[in-house]
Design a protein around this ligand. Sequence first.
Ligand code: G1P
Length: 306
Amino acid sequence: MVKQITKVVIPAAGLGTRFLPATKAQPKEMLPIVDKPSIQYVVEEAVAAGLHDILIITGRGKRSIEDHFDRSFELEYYLEEAEKTAELNQVKEIASLGNIHYLRQGAPLGLGHAVLASQAHISNEPFAVMLADDIMEHGSTLLQDMLRLYSKYGQSVLALMEVKPSEISNYGCVDVERMSETHYRIRGVVEKPAPNDAPSNLAIIGRYVFTPEIFTYLQLTRPGRNGEIQLTDAIGGLLEKQEIIGVTFSEMRFDIGNKNDYLRATIEMALSRPDLRQTVLDLLSSLSCGRALKEEARDSLPDPLP
Ligand code: G1P
């Protein structure tokens, strides 16, 4: 019987250079989407999938992440005195989300290096990895589906997404054999290939489930693309020993390190909230672009009959 997965690693040590100047003095993981820091969405997704043992890999300048998930007695006292019960409950709930541990990566030597740093904590168990830049739409079941696949086959699982050929060089890319509409057997992986060298247009996105053998290959992995120790290269090593499953999904996923996607995430997340949906719809149609779109639609209507 395969071991049930309870642990997840969330690498969050990156410098966030794609989002400067906002990330000059604060972690990118703390940038809000609507009214929650982005990393809270990832932690909530983990907890919803039953992963309560959460290890966040941090680095210099990331202390506010720890403060965010900790109790805040002063704030709680103030909210209690002010009888702001809803806010008080919300603040308390954040501090009871899962069992969160922190580990500093030290030198930022790459994603593979960050995951390798978790070895002592994970020990000889299967585990999940969630990248904090990848935010899934509210209620996504992707991670649950991946955990289910692991329980069924005892194999590592990668989340895959079709991207435009011009975008594949931003991702780890897979060579695959299709097993069903959404399931693939991975035949090879390559980190950020040039479009012409890409074996497919299927990109690996930031949700992974690994058998503990990945650590053996992370230890063997030498710096690769951009001089960094790449998780994708270790996956390539693991593939020589064990089968790996790929799974596509139909839910929305946002790469919030990318400014377009960050804006899209903010709007879509607000639209998915019953308390904000109508306000956002009204706001969008009142914006100048919304008005222009309406006018365009009206102009393209056929003339009314005389
Ligand atoms: C990382 C991984 C890459 C993966 C991507 C998903 O790249 O190295 O294989 O496809 O995350 O978001 P990064 O976005 O950190 O450059």
